[in-house]
Design a protein. Structure first.
Length: 167
């Protein structure tokens, strides 16, 4: 899959299911429930990532509310074309992560159950698997963010990333 892609954080990689699951209809319905309805939100929070740097900043930001910035981050990705084909309404809104760069990548989706089923069905038929930013990847991402003084790692000093407005 080529960038840009919308990414949605999963509670666990297993929430997406596997192509080897016996009942693919049940897998589809279960994935929609676990990926988009836990917890229930009026709008679905996603991030549009185009580069490895975007993904690194978003994943670190997602970990900011967790026990460690180094925790693995399971994700599933959807292409803009898949989202559009499903008819999902979206608006770009600021996220609530500590990193201003990551926040500018945030979108809210508003979708019906049938639109979410269509989206996941298309992704599953395209053999999409859940991705994972591993603990090792997150450790490297954290090291890089600390060098940049990214606000995700702590607000002690102004962020040194060009274009980041957390100063």
């Amino acid at each position: 899959m080529t960038a840009p892609v919308f990414v949605r954080k999963l509670g666990r990689r297993g929430h997406w299911g596997e192509s080897t699951d016996q009942d693919q209809v049940a897998r589809l319905r279960d994935a929609v429930e676990k990926v988009f309805h836990t917890p229930r939100e009026p709008a679905i929070s996603v991030y549009l990532v185009s580069t490895d740097e975007d993904l690194r900043r978003v994943a670190l930001g997602m970990n900011a509310a967790r026990g460690s910035l180094r925790e693995a981050v399971p994700l599933v990705a959807f292409s803009p074309a898949e989202v559009q084909a499903a008819g999902i309404a979206m608006s770009q809104t600021l996220g609530d992560l500590p990193c201003a760069h990551a926040n500018r990548l945030h979108y809210d989706w508003v979708a019906t159950e049938s639109q979410l089923l269509a989206l996941c069905d298309a992704a599953m038929k395209a053999s999409r698997v859940a991705g994972n930013c591993s603990q090792g990847m997150m450790k490297d991402a954290l090291t890089e963010a600390q060098k940049e003084k990214c606000q995700t790692t702590g607000p002690e000093a102004p962020c040194q990333v060009a274009g980041c407005h957390n100063v």
